[in-house]
Design a protein around this ligand. Structure first.
Ligand code: NAD
Length: 322
């Protein structure tokens, strides 16, 4: 099968390319390198099953060429990361809404299966657990720009579901919860790579807010396995499905854990949200997924323990000398 991975030079995308090639699939990538990197895929350049193009998914003619000649699309390209989205609010909305609309329109034109990456951010301000795919969604006002990422991904979900309902497009939407592992960069606000890099340098580990907000973390190897099974799965068309881990930890405890695993002398410091992100920032206090639907579709749920994921990620950053 020939699979087009949009955003394939990114963190999840490049790990997915590795898995797809290992499974004997052919892979094409489109990526504009806005947050991705050629370093993530350069080891694949000599692989005959791999090709890539550096361009934007907003280039409709190019997307048409790529989609018409593949069997299936994994649509990961997006403006990602709270910090990146807050710094680039307009281009983020354009990429996330217009880019996804282009991918869906062309997937429908050529009748290709498309998996669309959404996010746990769409759940908004819930504090109950676990979050189920049919839960109501609760957002703050549009003046609080952090919700634009969630809202743009929600529009992607509506658009994909509308194509499914009106045109029978074979599409599945994944809501990824915090995914971590090798090749994730700390440059755009992702917490784990940022903490690891700070701890390796013995710099202060900067926790935003009071650190009581909790998250679950999923190993990227588990996420790409789930994506692979979902694109091979005959069930699930027209469904939204969570992909995440279940080991809940507060961000303050995460900072302490990373400090201990590294044996770092870093001090843990708490930075008010307005200093970290500017005024009008709201955080989500808790995010734990229900994985019932995922398990029922593909008989697999992410299980790699947090300590093991952190060890892999720390080794990756150590090898790169931070
Ligand atoms: N990592 C997570 O924890 C997480 C959580 C929820 C959802 N997601 C979703 O998973 C997907 C992949 O995220 P990631 O963590 O690998 O982030 P990433 O930033 O590493 O990957 C996104 C990739 O898309 C590329 N890109 C952005 N705009 C583009 C454009 N206009 N044209 C072509 N390429 C473009 C970037 O260069 C990057 O390589 C995204 O859709 C994201 O919303 C990720």
């Amino acid at each position: 099968m020939k699979i087009l991975v949009t955003g394939g030079a990114g963190f999840i995308g490049s790990n997915l390319c590795d898995l797809l090639l290992e499974k004997g699939e052919e892979v094409s990538v489109i990526d504009d390198l806005s947050t991705g990197s050629l370093d993530n895929i350069s080891h694949l350049f000599n692989n005959p099953g791999f090709n890539y193009v550096i361009d934007t998914i907003l280039n409709e003619q190019l997307m048409e060429d790529l989609i018409s000649s593949c069997d299936c699309i994994v649509h990961l390209a997006a403006a990602v990361g709270v910090k990146h989205v807050l710094e680039n609010p307009l281009s983020s909305i354009e990429t996330n809404i217009l880019g996804t609309e282009t991918a869906l329109k062309l997937a429908n034109k050529y009748k290709k299966k498309i998996l669309v990456a959404s996010t746990s951010e769409v759940y908004g301000k819930h504090t109950h657990a676990p979050l189920k795919e049919d839960d109501n969604l609760i957002y703050g006002p549009p003046s609080t720009m952090r919700w634009s990422y969630a809202a743009s991904k929600l529009v992607d979900e509506f658009t994909a579901l509308a194509y499914h309902r009106t045109k029978k497009l074979d599409t599945i939407i994944i809501r990824c919860f915090n995914t971590i592992g090798p090749r994730q960069t700390g440059m755009y606000g992702m917490v784990v790579p940022r903490f690891i890099q700070q701890a390796l340098r013995d710099d202060p580990i900067t926790v935003y807010g009071d650190g009581k907000q909790t998250r679950t973390f999923t190993y990227v190897g588990d996420v790409v396995e789930a994506i692979y099974r979902l694109i091979k799965c005959k069930k699930g068309s027209g469904e939204v499905v969570n992909i995440g881990g279940t080991e809940e930890i507060s961000i303050a405890d995460l900072a302490q854990k990373i400090k201990e695993l590294i044996g770092s002398n870093s001090e843990i410091v708490f930075i008010p949200y307005d200093q970290a992100y500017g005024k009008d920032f709201e955080d989500m206090m808790r995010r734990v997924p229900s994985l019932e639907k995922l398990e029922s579709l593909i008989d697999f749920v992410p299980k790699t323990p947090l300590d093991e994921i952190l060890q892999h990620t720390i080794e990756y950053f150590r090898a790169r000398a931070v």
